[in-house]
Design a protein around this ligand. Sequence first.
Ligand code: PCA
Length: 194
Amino acid sequence: MKKLLITGFDPFGGETTNPSWDAVCQLPSKIGGYQLTKLRIPVVFGKAAEAVMHTASEIHPDAILCIGQAGGRSAITPELVGINLRHASIPDNDGNQPQDEPILADGKTAYFSTLPVRKIAEALNGAGISAQVSYSAGAYVCNDVLYTLLAALEGSTTKVGFIHVPYSASQQKAPAMELADIVKGLCVAIENIE
Ligand code: PCA
């Protein structure tokens, strides 16, 4: 079986839960041809990607899929690109609030995800789950993770992708998606990462 490292985040920004980790927790341990390793990561610039890379160095996954909450979005959004930028409108969970800083001083401007984001979005919509390819993961910790992993794993056989999910219904914010639909959506996405 192939190995998938899948991550979700701690709550942040005053929320008490994060649907990214809540959904990852509910996934079965095997989906399609993949055995899942689940990892909860901190909403902290630098540390989040370090945690992913640390576990990746232990388990040597075939693919890494990171999940994050994107409040304000109504669809599940596979991210096409990570950019070399840190710009935070709220502090991260360690109190860092970088303003217009590069992630890697001499890094490339951007990297494309190495997962088939358009195929994933189409499969989700085909399964009745609202989805759209996103062309920006923002400049906060989610983008930090996506860019850092893509830079670190450039040229390797490990595929890297990121999917933002809406608020879950229990968070009492709008727009929201039922957690069960987010979980179903992640299953469909994983079935389509080849
Ligand atoms: N969403 C944030 C960071 C953690 C999360 O779940 C983001 O979109 O950057």
